[in-house]
Design a protein around this ligand. Structure first.
Ligand code: IMP
Length: 432
């Protein structure tokens, strides 16, 4: 038995929701360790659909503890709204089943506003990132700048005013520079005091909770958000999110030492998608890209934006296998490829006349690379709902085997529809 970290191995939206739900049923504790309410997934349990952004998936299952770790940036208003929405669906969120790290950074309205102002300003110069505009980046900037307001600060009315002054000195200078109205000390104090009583009951010393639970033999599931290619260091910078999304962050973002992390499961879509701006070597701007988008329902859960679609990029996923230390993958949405005559997999790139096997770090080079493909025969049969290898056409099995070989990691789970049971289980990550 081991603990499990789930990460996305591409640009997010790999179909983590279904797999995390399947695993959270087997877990005692489910921990978010990075990102914030820029994430979004839908869980369908007994025919009821739950939309989660900030709360860990375990929250909808009785008897589990859901934890928001210190690596998350937490918008208290989004948290309270999500709790209320779940309450209306009959899911009670209490300090019994939700714990929030007392050292997690808060997202304030001024972060959300700055995110939007910068994206608007950048739109005019064609340099926008295409963020979710939820204040994620600005909140992480304040954390690293050592001027953030954290959950436990809500309980200390003696030090809070000084912290508010500090954060405002920085933000008001920026706002003046952008030609925007300044924010008053009173407005931020009011924003914080209006939520303090409702957020503080969830506060927890998370590293200690996890340490105790680990020693008792609890099964801990770490639920990553976004994807490895959106990682602030390892992703397609600057078109990335502002946190480390790779598996190592499960440790730093929760306070549990890396030795206890265990199985790293990389959720991997059978083709590639990305939302927002940035390089995407295998992007298909033709009818096949349209086919994948329509058949795969590729629209963002948080912003509703249309996702860009393209062929599977094995060079990029191989890179994610290395940067995450992926033990095995959960391959999702294979059925979306049903019916295509032939399928391409990117195995490397041409850059300035030279063949290379990984995406270079330079933004200019990333924009210039041309994918090198291998071509495989497609299959006409439906793979929807397959529950065993015997249910899959030979060409589909060949595609999966080729993916495994090219990325250097085995398939632990294969998902063949949004339904929970339509999954081929090769290895149970908790039992590996
Ligand atoms: P931010 O995280 O809002 O700062 O957005 C930065 C980039 O990450 C943008 O390209 C977003 O579209 C992308 N992004 C953020 N969260 C997700 C997600 O959950 N799925 C896919 N893309 C995301």
């Amino acid at each position: 038995m081991t603990n499990v970290v789930v990460v996305g191995s591409q640009w997010g939206d790999e179909g983590k929701g279904k797999i995390v739900d399947w695993l959270s049923e087997r877990a005692d504790i489910v921990v978010r360790f990075q990102g914030g309410h820029n994430a979004g997934h839908t869980l369908v349990i007994d025919g009821v659909s739950y939309k989660l952004s900030l709360l860990p998936s375990g929250i909808v299952r009785p008897g589990k503890i859901a934890v928001i770790g210190n690596g998350v940036v937490l918008d208290p208003h989004a948290l309270l709204a999500e709790i209320e929405k779940l309450g209306a669906q009959g899911v009670k969120v209490t300090p019994e089943n939700l714990r929030v790290a007392d050292n997690a950074t808060l997202i304030l309205s001024l972060h959300r506003e700055l995110d939007g102002m910068r994206e608007d300003a950048a739109s005019n110069s064609g340099t926008k990132i295409g963020t979710t505009r939820r204040g994620i980046g600005p909140a992480y900037e304040d954390k690293v700048g050592r001027r953030a307001i954290r959950v436990m600060d809500l309980a200390d009315m003696e030090t809070l005013p000084g912290k508010v002054d500090r954060i405002l000195t920085h933000h008001n200078a920026l706002r003046r520079g952008l030609g925007e109205k300044e924010v008053s000390h009173e407005a931020i104090m009011q924003e914080l005091t209006s939520v303090a009583d409702r957020v503080l009951p969830f506060r927890e010393t998370v590293w200690e909770l996890l340490d105790k639970q680990r020693r008792k033999g609890a099964r801990i599931l770490f639920e990553g958000a976004q994807g490895s290619l959106l990682d602030i260091d390892h992703g397609t910078y600057p078109f990335v999110t502002s946190s480390n999304t790779v598996a190592g962050q499960a440790s730093a973002g929760s306070g549990m030492g890396p030795g206890a992390l265990g199985y790293i499961l990389g959720i991997t879509k059978a083709y590639t998608t990305r939302v927002g701006e940035g390089p995407f070597p295998t992007e298909l701007k033709d009818e096949i890209g349209q086919f994948l988008g329509e058949k795969g329902h590729e629209f963002g859960t948080v912003t509703g934006r249309k996702r860009r679609c393209g062929w599977f990029d094995a060079a990029l996923v191989r890179q994610s296998v290395a940067t995450n230390g992926i033990t095995g993958i959960a391959l999702t949405k294979l059925d979306v490829l049903d019916g295509l005559d032939e399928l391409k997999i990117c195995v490397g790139y041409m850059l300035d006349g030279q063949q290379i096997d990984h995406l270079p770090a330079s933004q200019g080079a990333q924009a210039r690379v041309e994918p090198v493909y291998v071509t495989l025969e497609g299959w006409k049969e439906s793979t929807v709902g397959a529950r065993s290898w015997a249910d899959l056409p030979a060409q589909a099995i060949k595609y999966v085997r080729q993916v495994e070989e090219l990325i250097g990691a085995p398939v632990a789970l294969l998902s063949t529809s949004p339904e929970r049971d339509d999954t081929i289980l090769v290895t149970d990550p908790f039992e590996d």
